[in-house]
Design a binder for this molecule. Structure first.
Ligand SMILES: C[S@@+](CC[C@H](N)C(=O)[O-])C[C@H]1O[C@@H](n2cnc3c(N)ncnc32)[C@H](O)[C@@H]1O
Length: 275
C-alpha cells in the first residue's frame, strides 16, 4: 500500500511538474494543458499536422506530440469518416438523391470540407452544429478558403443537447438528414445520454439513412490525458466503450446493417448503421 502511494506520488510529480512544463513550450501541448484539449480547433490542429512552438525545442515537442499514436489515430479517423460518407454519397448518386448531412459537434468541420471538395459536382447539403465560437469561426474560414458555398455547408451555433435540435429534427419535414455524424462527442457523455441520443437520431434520420458515430475502446495516451491535459470541464477523462456495447445499443434502438471498425491502435471504433 505504502509502495503504491509512493509510486503514485512520484508519477504525479513527474506528469504534473516535469511533463506539463515541457508541454507548455509547444502550441499543441500548451492549449491541451490549459483547458482546450477537446476543442474542435485543437482537433483541427491534429488534422492539419503542422508543428509550431516556442523556439526550436517547442517546435520539436509539437512535432513529437503530433506524431503520438493517439494523434495519428485521430488523423486516420478523419480519413475513414470521409471514406464511409463517400460511399453513401456514391449510393445516393445512383438513386438520384441529394445527400443531406447533419454533423453533431462538428468542431472545425475539416472532414466536411474534405467531402464537399471530393464531391463538388454532387448534390450535397451539410449542416454542422457546435457550441464553440472559435471552432465555428475556423470552420467557416476553412470552407470559405476552399470556395465552398453556404448552400453546401452551413455551420450553426448550438448545444446539440440543450437546444433539442435532435428532437426538432424528427418533426421537420422540409430538411431531414440522410446521414448523421457524431464524431468526438459520445466519449464525453454517459450511457443514458448516449442511448437517448441514438433514439433521437433514429427518429430524425430519413428512411434508409445512415448514422456514423465514433467511440474509443482505449487510448495509448490515456495516462497523459488524465494526468496533465485538460478540457473546459477539467481533466480529460473519457468514457471508453467496447464495440459489442455499441452493436447492442444500435440494434436496440432499431438500427440495422451495423458495421463497426477498429484502427490499428485499438483506439477508435467507427460505428455505422442504417435506419
Ligand atoms: C473532440 S471535438 C470533435 C470535433 C469534430 N467532430 C471532430 O471529430 O474532429 C468535440 C467538439 O464537440 C463540441 N461539443 C461538445 N459538446 C457539445 C454540445 N453539447 N453541443 C455542441 N457542440 C458540442 C466541442 O465544442 C468540440 O468542437
Amino acid at each position: 500500500m505504502l509502495f503504491e502511494n509512493m509510486k503514485t506520488a512520484i508519477e504525479d510529480f513527474f506528469y504534473k511538474k516535469v511533463i506539463r512544463n515541457i508541454l507548455m513550450l509547444s502550441n499543441f501541448g500548451r492549449r491541451s494543458v490549459l483547458g482546450e484539449a477537446a476543442s474542435g480547433y485543437n482537433f483541427d490542429y491534429m488534422y492539419e499536422n503542422k508543428p509550431h512552438g516556442f523556439l526550436g525545442i517547442g517546435y520539436l515537442i509539437d512535432k513529437m506530440l503530433l506524431n503520438l499514436p493517439a494523434v495519428q489515430a485521430t488523423r486516420l479517423r478523419r480519413v475513414n469518416i470521409v471514406k464511409i460518407v463517400s460511399n453513401e454519397i456514391e449510393n445516393h448518386r445512383l438513386q438520384g438523391k441529394t445527400t443531406k448531412i447533419l454533423d453533431l459537434a462538428c468542431g472545425a468541420g475539416r472532414y466536411l470540407s474534405d467531402i464537399v471538395k471530393i464531391f463538388s459536382k454532387n448534390k450535397i447539403e451539410i449542416v454542422g452544429i457546435d457550441y464553440d465560437n472559435k471552432s465555428l469561426k475556423l470552420a467557416k474560414n476553412l470552407s470559405e478558403k476552399e470556395g465552398i458555398s453556404k448552400e453546401q455547408i452551413r455551420f450553426v451555433k448550438g448545444n446539440v443537447f440543450r437546444l433539442s435540435i435532435l428532437k426538432k429534427l424528427g418533426k421537420r419535414v422540409d430538411w431531414r438528414p440522410n446521414i448523421v455524424i457524431a464524431s468526438g462527442l459520445t466519449v464525453y457523455i454517459d450511457d443514458d445520454e448516449v442511448i437517448n441520443m441514438l433514439k433521437q437520431i433514429y427518429e430524425g434520420l430519413a428512411h434508409d439513412g445512415c448514422i456514423l458515430i465514433d467511440s474509443q475502446e482505449s487510448n495509448p495516451s490515456r495516462k497523459l490525458m488524465e494526468k496533465v491535459l485538460k478540457t473546459k470541464q477539467g481533466a480529460w477523462i473519457l468514457y471508453y466503450r467496447s464495440p459489442a456495447q455499441w452493436r447492442h445499443w444500435l440494434h436496440k434502438c432499431g438500427f440495422r446493417d451495423i458495421v463497426i471498425s477498429c484502427d490499428q491502435w485499438k483506439m477508435y471504433n467507427l460505428c455505422s448503421a442504417r435506419k
